[in-house]
Design a binder for this molecule. Sequence first.
Ligand SMILES: Cc1ncc(CN)c(N)n1
Length: 212
Amino acid sequence: MRPTEQLKQSVAGDWQAATTHAFCRELSDGTLPLDKMRWYLQQDYQFVDGFVRLLASAIAHAPSLADSVPAAQFLAIITGPENTYFLRSLDALGVDPTDDLAPVTHEFQNLMAEAAASGRYENMLAVLIVAEWIYLDWATPVNPPAADLPFWFAEWITLHAGDGFEAVVAYLRDQLDQVWPGLSPEAQAEVTRLFTRAVALERAFFDSAYAA
Ligand SMILES: Cc1ncc(CN)c(N)n1
């Protein structure tokens, strides 16, 4: 079995809870209360700050230019269309930008910073894979979104589903699957710890948004 599949199966409970979360279900059917979406966007835009730094670190640590190109192209999507999505959604929903981090956002920022500061490519990949694969898993069954969904719901789905995004997740998984056999047992344990923690935080992030 692929190492990344094994990692996913080792956290099946949290994975299932995150990808079938009421937050995601209500977002896709258009019934999610807007205050929950406002909380989510406000906090997630700050998550994206740490995510961009982590992705840039992974680009810097990729073993070759060829290994880095898909990540660099994905970085352009995050800082381009996804950033614009946030700015338009925050504006349309009347959300004030803030520096206030909810506890779960703070914990996620710390995890991403820890993975980046480790200087270890596999640790960076572990957190990046979780962040994108969980979103691919929840968004794919609800893509394409209903035609009458407001853009702040519909585009959050289309940004995380479809051929291009599937290729991003496949690439990230391939990168980790390739380096995994060459890792020491200690390094594999560290990847597993970061992967496990990231999945728990993805679940907690949806829990916090839904509780808002
Ligand atoms: C918390 C979280 N995790 C993942 C993603 C996927 N881009 C996100 N926007 N926010």
